[in-house]
Design a protein around this ligand. Sequence first.
Ligand code: SAM
Length: 215
Amino acid sequence: MDYTALRKLMVEEQLIPRGIRNQRVLDVFYKVERHKFIPEEQRDNAYADFPIPIGAGQTISQPYIVALMTECLDLSGGEKILEIGTGSGYQAAILAQLSKEVYSIERFELLAKKAKMLFDELGYKNIKLKIGDGTLGWGEEAMFDRIIITAASPEIPSPLIEQLKDGGKLILPLGEILSQVLTLFEKKDNKLYSHEICGCMFVPLVGKFGLLKND
Ligand code: SAM
C-alpha cells in the first residue's frame, strides 16, 4: 500500500477543505506515518476519515480532529505540553514535532507500552510517557504551556487548571458521554476564558477528576 500517497490525500481531502490552514501543522500531517500507530489488522483504514479501535476499548481520533486540536494549541516550537490520553501515541508524535517537549499520560499499561516502543523505534526523544491517572496531572513536571485532554469530561480536572501556566492554553472535549463540545481555554491573569470549537465524540476521561471514576 502506498502510505505516502494516502497521507497526501488525507491532508488534501480531509484537512485543507475543512479549514486547517497552519502550514506547520499541515507539513507534520504529511510527514508522520499514522499507519505505524494503528494495529496491523486495521492498517488499511489508517488514513480514513473516522476513528479506529486501538485496543483496550479505546480509539485513535479521526485525522481531522487531531489536526484541529493541534492547530488550536497554536504552537510555535518552544512549548512544554501535557497530553492526557496517550492512546496510540499519534497525537503525541504530532505535537512532539511542533513543540519542545511532550509529557503524555495513559491509564492503560498495554497502550502506554506499545506507544513507548514506537516512540523509541521512531526516534522521538522529546516525549516522556507515564502510566497513571492523567486527571491528577504531572505535578513533578508542571507548569505546562499547553494541555490537551483527548478524552471527554464535563469539566477540567482541577489539578490540570493548576498546572497550566498563565498565558497557556488547554483543549478538551467538554461534556457527557456521547455529547461533547471541543472547547479551547486560555488562562489569563489566572482566569480561564473559553471558546467553543465544534461538536465531537470522544471516549470518557476515567479517573479521580474525570467523567467516570472507574469503568
Ligand atoms: N491521543 C490518542 C491518540 O493519538 O491515539 C487518542 C486517545 S483516545 C481518544 C483517549 C485515551 O485516553 C485512551 O487511550 C484512554 O485510555 C485514555 N484515558 C482516559 N482517561 C484517562 C486518564 N484519566 N488518564 C490517562 N489516560 C486516560
